[in-house]
Design a binder for this molecule. Sequence first.
Ligand SMILES: Cc1cc2nc3c(=O)[nH]c(=O)nc-3n(C[C@H](O)[C@H](O)[C@H](O)COP(=O)(O)O)c2cc1C
Length: 362
Amino acid sequence: MGPPEPPVSPDRMDDASRGESAGDVPSEIVRLACLAPSAGNVQPWRFLVAGGVIHCELAPSRRSTYLGGDDGDRLALGAALENAVLASGALGLDAGVETNARGWSVRLRPGTTPAHPWAACIEARHTNRARGDGAPLDPDEAASLEAATGAEARLRLITDRASLAQLGEAIGALERIQITNATLSPRLLKEMRWTPSEARRTRTGLDVDTLQLAPLERAGLTLLRSAEARAALHAIGGGAKLAKGNAETLARAGGLALLSTDGDALDAGRAMQRVWLQATALGLAVHPYGTPADLWARARAGGVEGLDAAAAAELDRALAVIAARYPLEEGERPLLVLRFARADAAPLRSSRLAPEAVTSRA
Ligand SMILES: Cc1cc2nc3c(=O)[nH]c(=O)nc-3n(C[C@H](O)[C@H](O)[C@H](O)COP(=O)(O)O)c2cc1C
């Protein structure tokens, strides 16, 4: 099976960041690295090209708050690194990789290793929030997704209906807590881009048109831009529809996986990207859920700020369900939940900053 066609981007055809690179080999590798996913599409990277070496590090002005510390942004940097290594291979080059506390570098050399099939999926990979047809993953597909992490992270994939339903309820509850909470939701809403022109101008963040929301869901999200509406919703214990919608979608997933690590989140980001590219090669939709791992990580690190007693109790209950389904070993950290489904490609792609805008040259 060949790689799926990248979906057409009808409203964002002027998005040059997905088009041609400056022409030289390092620029092409940087362009493909920039197609990596990041929490809230913050694109927390910047590049320095020095001859045949590409350096990538965290861009202080574009950090996310995901997972609290560096883990969230290092996941994205790792995904960009995986793209860079695969792209180098496809261009006939070996990439000598070094990672450090700031990010990574690759030293390009003539290579002899054949291109990996995942390289052909880099441009087609995208977040696809479609519900899907409800069919479970077959065991070979599930095994190939779990194997794609290699030793750099762990992916625990759940496909049985009863567990999916329980996880769906728990994750739905966490999403509700997140969106109705006065401290948590502004973090999320800050990343939203509400109009096509805002999405085009910023080229970062979550374009509301890409979220594949039903009209009522979209109206609800738009309402939540107002702090008063959030407070009112919270006061009446609202958001039940949101929780139910999420629970139903998750219950009919083909599979639901937790990505975790006891090592560097940058390495886990490489593993995450390989899983996503493998899913793309299989024609599967991938929808990450950041809220469960984010709240779980914060709870483990000393508690989630700004919750009242009822929300704190609901959080504990939901996290207990998730921890029972995905029992972590000593030292292991939860990084991200991924929902896999069988669905047509998403109709609209997210934007990227132009690679030249995030690259300097020595
Ligand atoms: C660590 C991480 C967390 C994410 N969390 C969510 C999430 O909670 N909900 C969601 O719809 N998308 C989530 N995403 C998907 C990003 O929004 C998406 O990768 C980004 O907008 C770029 O779009 P693309 O993946 O289509 O290239 C997450 C992605 C990453 C890497």
